[in-house]
Design a protein around this ligand. Sequence first.
Ligand SMILES: Nc1ncnc2c1ncn2[C@@H]1O[C@H](COP(=O)(O)OP(=O)(O)OP(=O)(O)O)[C@@H](O)[C@H]1O
Ligand SMILES: [Mg+2]
Length: 395
Amino acid sequence: MAVVLGDLSRDAERVRLTLAEEVQLVETLQGLITALDEHPTEDLVIIGADAPLSVATDIAERYRIERPPLGVILLRRRIELQSLSEALRAGIREVVPADDAEALLLACTRSLNVSRQLRHVEARSGDSTRARVILVMGAKGGCGKTIVATNIAAALAATGEGRVCLVDLNLDFGDIAIAMQVDPVRTISDALGMKGGLDQDGIRSMVIPAGERLDLLLAPRQPADAEFISVDLIEEVMTLLTEAYDYVVIDSPPALDDTVLKCLDLADSYVLVTTLDMMALKNAKQTLDTLDALGYPRVRWTVVLNRSDSHVGLTGDDVEKAIQIPISVRLPSSKDVPASINRGVPLVRLSPRHPFSRQVIALATAELSSRALVASDERKSRSRLGMRLIQGTSS
Ligand SMILES: Nc1ncnc2c1ncn2[C@@H]1O[C@H](COP(=O)(O)OP(=O)(O)OP(=O)(O)O)[C@@H](O)[C@H]1O
Ligand SMILES: [Mg+2]
C-alpha cells in the first residue's frame, strides 16, 4: 500500500490503477503524518500534483533522518529546474510528470527497491557477529563462477579468521559436490521438511564438512526438488547461516532468478565473474544495468576477469570501458584449474603460490579487510553513541 497526499480522490485513483494496489488517500499534512505513524512499515508516499511544494519538502526533510526507508515521490504538472533541485535537496526521491503513468510506476518500483535495501541495512546494522555474505555471480554460464566461489571459500577458511559456509545456489544443476568431491548425502532439500521452523540444529544437519573451518550446503541431488525450494526458504536458510558462520560464499546459477535476487538483498559483496568474450561482456553490462536500476549499489561490486590471458581480440581495458567498473582481479587460464577439480581440491589448497591462487587469495584478503572495517565502524559508532548518551545525561 502507498499513502497518497492529494486534494482530489482522482490522484489516489490514478496511483491505485498505476500501481495495481490499494492506496490510502489523505488530504492534509497532519493526515499524512497520522497515517505514517499508524503504518510504520509503509515505505512509499506520493504527493499529488496540487499539493504545495513546501508541503512535499517538509515531509521529505522530516522523515529522511527519522525514517530513511520511506520514499517520497512528487507529482507535478510542470517540472521546473528550480523546484526540481529544491525537491531533490530536501530528499524527495523522484519528481514525476502528473500524467505519466509509466514514469510513476518506474519511480515507485525504484523507490521501493531502495527502501527494501535500506530496511535490510537497518536490520543488519550493529551486528558485527553476522557473517559477511559474498555472492558470486557470472556474466554467463561456464565463465568460472563455481571455480571462483570454491576457491574464495577455501582461501577464506585457510586464513583461520573464521568459519565459512559455501552454498550451492545452482539448485537445478549444482556443481559444488563434484568440485569438492563429496558425496551429497545431505543437501538443502533437507530443509524442505523444516520450512518455517528451521533452527541451528537443522542447519547443522544439512551441511557437510569439507576441511577445517569450511562447510558446504549442497544443491539438491534431484534437480526436480529445485522447484520446491522457495525464495522464503532460501531467506530462512541464509539468515541462519549468517548467524552460524563468519563468511557465507554463494555460488549462483547463470540466470538472475528470484533466489539470486533474494541473495542480492542479503549479500554484502557481489563478485561478478566475466571472461574475454563479447557474449560475457554484453551479459555483464546487462546484469550491471539491471542491478543499477534496481538500486543495488556499485560499491559492493568486485569484478573478476577469468582467463584474463586469453588472446581473443578483447582486452581487460575493453571490459572496463564497457562496464564502467575497474577489474579487481585477473585470473589466468591454467590447466591446473580443471586438474584441481578432477582431484576435488580447490587450487588455493593444492598450490597456494600458483598465480591463480595468489589472485584469489588477494580477493579473499580484501573481503577479510572489508569485514574488519565494518566491525570497526560499528565499534566506533557505538562508542560515539555512548559519548552522546553520556553527554545527554550530564547536561
Ligand atoms: N582460469 C581457468 N583456467 C582453466 N580452466 C578454467 C578456468 N576457470 C574455469 N575453468 C574451467 O571452465 C569450466 C567452467 O567453470 P565453472 O564450472 O567454474 O563455470 P560456471 O560459471 O560455474 O559454470 P555454470 O554456469 O555451468 O555453473 C570448468 O571446467 C573449469 O575447470
Ligand atoms: Mg557453476
